[in-house]
Design a protein around this ligand. Structure first.
Ligand code: FES
Length: 120
């Protein structure tokens, strides 16, 4: 069972292989969205571009490959950003929600998250 480590929230969440990353977060009551996404998001259809996460750790194949939607919508974003609604979890990984508005201590939080063993 993979574990998704949510850096900002300080939570490790177990999920099934193949589970949608957005659904994993929402099921746990985590807030994926900034204000724009809270006010209106597409419900996971890949249209609103508000469900960003940055992948900070895990295997390079921890998530399903970029979808056509992501290739189109993320072309001007950092290479480690994904649209959570487009991602299926394949193995354990470490993510930062809302990377467009990182917490002030994000570097330290990321280092701390990467410093702990990640359950597989
Ligand atoms: S929820 Fe709208 S793009 Fe992911």
């Amino acid at each position: 069972m993979p574990t998704v480590r949510f850096i900002r929230e300080g939570r490790d969440v177990k999920c099934e292989v193949g589970e949608n990353l957005r659904e994993v977060a929402l099921k746990e009551g985590l807030q994926l969205y900034g204000l724009k996404g809270v006010l209106g998001n597409c419900g996971g259809c890949g249209q609103c571009i508000t469900c960003f996460v940055s992948v900070e750790g895990g295997g390079k194949d921890s998530l399903s490959p970029l979808t056509e939607v992501e290739n189109a919508k993320l072309s001007n974003r950092p290479k480690n950003w994904r649209l959570s609604c487009q991602c299926l979890v394949k193995s354990s990984l470490v993510v930062l929600t809302k990377p467009q508005a990182p917490p002030p201590n994000s570097k330290a939080l990321i280092q701390a998250a990467l410093g702990k063993d990640l359950p597989t």
